[in-house]
Design a protein around this ligand. Structure first.
Ligand SMILES: Cc1cc2nc3c(=O)[nH]c(=O)nc-3n(C[C@H](O)[C@H](O)[C@H](O)COP(=O)(O)OP(=O)(O)OC[C@H]3O[C@@H](n4cnc5c(N)ncnc54)[C@H](O)[C@@H]3O)c2cc1C
Length: 435
């Protein structure tokens, strides 16, 4: 093992980078180096909004693997080391050791880029405008929410993260406004969107369909229509793009969506340079058009394949059927595939037998290709079981199941757990087209 000559240097020890590094270290233990600016790695990022709100009380619970465990798996960790620039021609990295206050160089043979996506942070200079995206910023947001004088919280961005942060701030007992210019939260169709809006209102979240233009002083947000919103704490959840500033200007091909172009083994356009995670467009499950899916599972799956490939192994990323789900107070909300111009069918009914004491409720929208009648996408809003439903529908999309196949799909039935016709069967059997 040589410190000077790691077989692979991984930039970023997040979901993609750590998956890659752990896989690579199976083949070359001790010769895989992970460089990250954060003090602690292997943090369950997806749990951070619940740490912010206090639903998860102990931050230690989000530390998935200790430093010692990672080192035992054959990783060398350079934490608190911020990469400043990459010299591809001379195969050198320039980084700053933040703890020691030193600038250093590091040569590399093979490089795996996983620094995440680009997050634009207007208002980052204001102490009460935070983007809780890592452990340190999430603990800071939590400390703010614990202050009694912090009463009004503005959450900017109504994607899954904004919804989770709005719930977190309500959990902490704050007055919450959720701001986003989009006309439909999560792109939800028809009554599914209405149900989510009602759930937010029922739990005291004020929804404002507006665009943030600027900060006026420290406690006021100016909106596009000239109106203003006063707040004590603003939490930003405005989403990421693939263009991480560190990678700008590098001679690496990008795809049509602006992300690094990689193959199913995470290879970029340049030999010995791999990439994975939110900085990449990823090969689709089917077809040839890449997708941009800044989510944990695609990052880890492609990272794992890239880590193996960088060690000469033949592991390959199969692609993902795009899907996501989020808890919105007492609702589960999710989508899979793509909703567009297809034929839509909607059902709204009980999750279990209607006569059961707590029948629950499921609203499901399925969209089919008008020509082939294959399932293209789905959205669901329910009091439970959305994730398993979407898993079935993801499989249906992947396997090319059509309307008829879905109407024949079997499932177990017992009144306390399911209806005689489950949501999928009910939606296709209703055979009522809905737009
Ligand atoms: C709060 C939050 C909640 C989320 N919840 C979910 C969820 O429920 N489900 C889901 O699927 N996805 C979720 N995501 C998205 C998911 O976490 C990301 O898609 C995934 O982490 C991307 O992996 P990555 O490795 O590309 O980037 P990251 O995990 O962001 O890792 C990038 C790493 O690179 C390091 N880095 C960046 N720049 C430098 C530099 N210059 N020098 C050194 N190191 C650097 C960072 O410190 C970081 O550790 C969530 C994201 C956030 C922020």
């Amino acid at each position: 093992m040589s410190l000077q000559e790691p077989a692979l240097v991984v930039i970023g020890g997040g979901a993609a980078g750590l998956a890659a590094a752990v896989e690579a270290a199976r083949w070359q233990p001790g010769r895989v180096l992970v460089l990250d600016q954060a003090p602690v790695l292997s943090v369950g990022t997806c749990g951070l909004p619940y740490l912010v709100g206090g639903q998860i009380g102990d931050a230690q619970k989000l530390l998935l693997h200790s430093r010692q465990e990672l080192e035992e798996r054959g990783l060398r960790l350079f934490t608190e080391c911020r990469l400043e620039s990459i010299d591809l021609a001379n195969q050198r990295l320039h980084y700053r050791d933040l703890a020691r206050g030193q600038n250093n160089n590091l040569p590399f043979q093979n490089l795996l880029l996983a620094p995440g996506g680009r997050f634009d942070f207007p208002g980052g200079h204001l102490k009460n405008v935070l983007a809780p995206r890592d452990l340190v910023s999430s603990l800071r947001a939590r400390a703010w929410l614990r202050q009694p004088e912090c009463r009004r919280v503005l959450v900017v961005g109504a994607g899954y993260l904004g919804l989770e942060l709005a719930e977190a701030a309500r959990f902490a007992g704050k007055q919450v406004t959720l701001l986003d210019p989009c006309s439909r939260i999560l792109g939800l169709v028809g009554t599914l969107h209405d149900t989510v809006l009602r759930e937010l209102a029922r739990h005291g979240v004020e929804w404002r369909q507006h665009e943030l233009m600027a900060w006026e002083g420290e406690r006021r947000a100016q909106l596009r229509d000239g109106s203003v919103l006063d707040f004590d704490l603003a939490l930003l959840a405005t989403g990421v793009s693939p263009r991480h500033p560190l990678l700008e200007g590098l001679a690496l091909e990008r795809g049509p969506l602006g992300g690094l172009r990689v193959d199913r083994q995470g290879r970029t356009s340049r030999a010995r340079i791999w990439a994975a995670g939110d900085c990449c467009e990823i090969p689709p499950r089917q077809g040839t058009r890449p997708v941009y899916l800044p989510l944990a599972r695609p990052a880890a799956l492609l990272g794992r394949a890239a880590g193996a490939a960088s060690m000469g192994q033949s592991s390959s990323f199969a692609g993902c059927v795009p899907c996501a789900s989020v808890k919105v107070f007492e609702l589960e909300v999710g989508w899979v595939g793509a909703m567009g111009e297809g034929d839509r069918y909607l059902s709204d009914g009980p999750l279990r037998a209607a006569y059961w004491s707590e029948p629950g409720r499921l609203q499901l929208c399925l969209e089919f290709c008008p020509r082939s009648r294959r399932l293209l996408g789905a959205q669901a809003v329910a009091s439970g079981e959305v994730t398993s439903l979407l898993q079935t529908l993801a499989l249906a999309i992947d396997q090319g199941l059509d309307f008829e196949a879905l109407s024949d799909l079997d499932h177990p039935y017992t009144p306390p757990l399911s209806g005689m016709w489950n949501g999928i069967a009910r939606t296709v059997r209703s055979s009522k087209r809905w737009a």
